[in-house]
Ligand binder design. Sequence first.
Ligand SMILES: Nc1ncnc2c1ncn2[C@@H]1O[C@H](COP(=O)(O)OP(=O)(O)OP(=O)(O)O)[C@@H](O)[C@H]1O
Ligand SMILES: [Mg+2]
Length: 334
Amino acid sequence: MLTEKQVVELLETIYDPFLKKTFKETGAIQEVKINEEKGLVSVKIALAKTGTAEQLQVQQTVVQRLKDAGASSVGLRFAQLPLEERSTNEPIYLAIASGKGGVGKSTVSVNLAVSLARLGKKVGLIDADIYGFSVPDMMGITERPIVRGEKIIPVERFGVKVISMGFFVEDNSPVIWRGPMLGKMLKNFFDEVEWGELDYLLLDLPPGTGDVALDVHTMLPTSKEIIVTTPHPTAAFVAARAGAMAVRTNHEVVGVIENMSYFESQTTGEREYIFGKGGGQKLAEELQTDLLGQLPLGQPDWNDDDFAPSVYGEDHPIGKVYMDIAKKIIAKLR
Ligand SMILES: Nc1ncnc2c1ncn2[C@@H]1O[C@H](COP(=O)(O)OP(=O)(O)OP(=O)(O)O)[C@@H](O)[C@H]1O
Ligand SMILES: [Mg+2]
């Protein structure tokens, strides 16, 4: 008959499906009882999430291993890991995508990152638009990252750690790499950069559903997606392709953000729906997700001392919408 120690050894190499850590690392095996007479082994296993399809898979693995090792029957109970154990130390990856260019992905990425930092989160931002990088300019970043040992230290601005291809290109010259280099560059942004501890790592994706977007999906199977669209119903139709790609590759769509939703007159307060209406809502329904917010047209207040042309102040009306969106995202992903 199996001993308790043997049971632990048999099971401790199984992975928690959500934390990607072994049962040994998470302390999942909470109880082992052995009834020699009946050949019954009872175990209690704590997982990051219970009641899931993945739990069923774990159940099969556990029962199989114990039976193969000689148990005639297996009693299995599941519990949830305590909150501290559940935290993965891995940031939540949030990819900002859209179906087409120029809808405001980069603006949204930058301001969402800044808003999350304003809410006390540790935030990183990868400008994954290798050819069309724009984040450094938008945030008014003039310095370059330094290299410490083997690692690149990201530049910090408004509490956000930033990395961009733009930091490694001389004189704004165009980037001409093709194919595999692209994926490699992106991989470097994860592996060679000293991010430290992060709560969120945002990725500003290039427009469309091309190579880089696909690379991100393969490289970060756990990344979640935010889709940016303009309010025109046909724009939502195009953006749905980006959403469809996320869904097809099993990436959760956290929500839709509608940008350039309307223009509000400063004198009369009247709203004009210059680019149409309803696109964000329509897309959210189509992707069965939430419309996280609608951003009006408007420029940040520029400040010569601390120039960041695309960053809205916390008290700016659009800055407030971003704060609301950031709060919704935090609440949703908790
Ligand atoms: N709500 C807004 N009000 C006014 N201008 C905006 C707004 N959102 C974005 N813009 C402007 O629209 C332009 C395109 O925005 P942005 O670069 O963020 O889009 P993008 O989707 O990242 O584009 P690309 O596909 O080229 O990467 C920029 O000049 C930006 O300043
Ligand atoms: Mg962009």
